[in-house]
Design a protein around this ligand. Structure first.
Ligand code: PLP
Length: 239
């Protein structure tokens, strides 16, 4: 089963990352198993995803719809454990992509536009459970980045709660990259504060989607419940 070198590496990386997540949960006083691992498989091969599945990883994140559909369809035909696979869309959502996203995904992390949220709500097939969504927030205030400004999040969340085929689960952020641990923590702390502010408005969210390969320790320190890790599991991406 683990005959080639890459496969073995992915299995080892998954073990290492899960050990680090446990270590950080303890180090920062977080509850055991309170941080979920989402494996970001964009621009990685189906073979690599299969190896991760054999190692017990069932949650995958993708950013590019066409590529994702190819993988989702192939794996649903080939893997007898494919029914357990949870697919998360983490990339920017354009309106011409919402129909397929609503049909094929379990989660969308990158909602920052009401038009898109409404289309996903209208296009979610009725035989499926509500689509889980996170509101993407721009905590680094860079004009080029996607995500809502913090001050727009509460009214936006209230509107999302009126859409019956969506379940608002939490907030997501992708801060400007920095190697400064304190700067990383500062950005993630803003998302945690927003979750608290929503809580005070009676809106209870169970997910903070924050932390990637280079900053997940800081994210766990600040309350992340889901880390989105790509290169640290699968190696660098092909282009
Ligand atoms: C690519 C991507 C990741 C994973 O990044 P790595 O640095 O490879 O861990 C996480 N979140 C989003 C939204 C991404 O697009």
């Amino acid at each position: 089963m683990m005959s080639n070198k890459n496969s073995t590496t992915i299995t080892q990386h998954l073990v290492e990352i899960k050990n680090l997540i446990s270590t950080y949960e303890k180090k920062y006083g977080r509850e055991k198993d309170s941080v979920k691992l989402l494996a970001i498989s964009k621009k990685q091969s189906i073979e690599k995803i299969k190896e991760a599945i054999y190692s017990g990883q069932y949650c995958f994140g993708e950013s590019y719809l066409q590529e994702a559909l190819t993988k989702i369809i192939a794996l649903s035909q080939q893997e007898n454990r494919s029914n357990n696979i949870e697919w998360h869309f983490v990339g920017p959502v354009q309106s011409n992509k919402t129909k397929k996203i609503a049909e094929y995904f379990d989660w969308v992390h990158s909602i920052d536009n009401m038009h898109i949220a409404e289309r996903l709500n209208n296009q979610r097939p009725s035989h499926l459970p509500a689509l889980n969504i996170c509101i993407q927030v721009n905590v680094s205030h860079e004009l080029s980045k996607s995500g809502l400004n913090e001050s727009d999040v509460i009214p936006f969340a209230k509107h999302c709660l009126t859409l019956p085929h969506l379940t608002l689960r939490g907030l997501m952020t992708l801060p400007a990259p920095t190697h400064q641990f304190d700067e990383q923590r500062k950005a993630f702390r803003k998302l945690f504060s927003l979750k608290q502010a929503l809580h005070e408005q009676g809106i209870f969210l169970d997910t903070l989607s924050m932390g990637m390969s280079d900053d997940f320790e800081a994210a766990i320190a600040e309350g992340s419940t889901l880390v989105r890790i790509g290169t640290a599991i699968f190696g660098s991406r092909t282009n």
